[in-house]
Ligand binder design. Structure first.
Ligand SMILES: CC(C)(COP(=O)(O)OP(=O)(O)OC[C@H]1O[C@@H](n2cnc3c(N)ncnc32)[C@H](O)[C@@H]1OP(=O)(O)O)[C@@H](O)C(=O)NCCC(=O)NCCS
Length: 184
C-alpha cells in the first residue's frame, strides 16, 4: 500500500489553477467526496449540488509525485448575481494540509479569478474552526450561522488585498518541502 512520509530535502512542486481538464475535475470531485462525505460526514453519499452546474472548479495539483500529477486541493467559485461571487467546498487532502499553504493559495486564486471577472463582493460560509485562516487572509465576519448541523461563519473577502487573475487556467506554480510518496 502506498503511504506518505516526510523526507528532508524533497521539494514538491504544486500548480494552483482552474480545473480545465477532465482528470482535474474528476480529481476535485473525488477529493470533495473524501473530505466532505467520508472525513467530515457533512453529506451522505455525495456532496454535489446545483451550484456545480455553474461553478468554476479550481485545484491544487502536486506535480511530481511518484504516481504523476495528483489533485490534492480544490475549491469552487460561482457568480450568484451580477458582481456577487461565492466560494465553497474548499478542501485540501489530509496529508497535504499545512504543507505548502495550499488552502491559502486556493483562496487567492478563487478571489483573484472572481475579481478579474468583475466581482464587487466575494462571500463564503466558512466552517468556524477555519475562520482564523480566513481572517489572516483579510476576510471579515458578516454573521455566524448553522449549516449542515455545524457552526459556520458567513465571511467576506477584502477584495483590495487580492490581485485580479486573468488566466486561472495557467494559474501559477509554488514549491514546498513536503510529504512524498514513499512506495509500498
Ligand atoms: C481548511 C483547509 C482547506 C486549510 O488547508 P491548508 O492547506 O492546511 O491551509 P494553509 O496551509 O494555507 O494554512 C494557512 C495557515 O492557516 C493555518 N490553519 C489552517 N487551517 C487551520 C485551522 N483549521 N485552524 C487554525 N489554523 C489553521 C495553518 O497552520 C497556516 O498557518 P501558518 O501560516 O502560521 O503556517 C484544510 O485544513 C482542509 O481541507 N480542511 C478540511 C476541509 C474543510 O474544513 N473545508 C472547509 C473550509 S471552510
Amino acid at each position: 500500500m502506498t503511504h506518505l512520509t516526510s523526507q528532508t530535502g524533497f521539494v514538491q512542486s504544486f500548480r494552483i489553477c482552474e480545473a480545465s481538464a477532465p482528470w482535474m475535475q474528476a480529481g476535485a470531485s473525488a477529493l470533495r467526496k473524501q473530505v466532505f462525505v467520508q472525513e467530515q460526514a457533512l453529506f451522505a453519499g455525495h456532496d454535489r449540488d446545483a451550484i456545480d452546474d455553474l461553478a468554476i472548479p479550481l485545484v491544487a495539483i502536486a506535480e511530481n509525485t511518484a504516481n504523476g500529477p495528483l489533485v490534492v486541493g480544490t475549491v469552487r467559485i460561482h457568480e450568484e448575481t451580477p458582481g456577487i461571487w461565492w466560494g465553497s467546498r474548499l478542501a485540501v487532502a489530509p496529508q497535504w494540509r499545512r504543507v505548502g499553504k495550499l488552502g491559502s493559495e486556493l483562496i487567492k486564486l478563487a478571489v483573484g479569478t472572481a475579481r478579474a471577472r468583475g466581482a464587487v463582493e466575494f462571500h463564503a460560509h466558512v466552517q468556524k474552526q477555519n475562520a482564523v485562516l480566513f481572517r489572516r487572509l483579510h476576510w471579515v465576519v458578516a454573521a455566524e450561522i448553522d449549516l449542515h448541523g455545524r457552526p459556520h461563519v458567513h465571511m467576506l473577502a477584502g477584495l483590495e488585498h487580492y490581485t485580479p487573475i486573468d488566466d486561472p487556467v495557467a494559474g501559477w506554480q509554488i514549491s514546498a518541502p513536503s510529504p512524498v510518496e514513499a512506495g509500498t
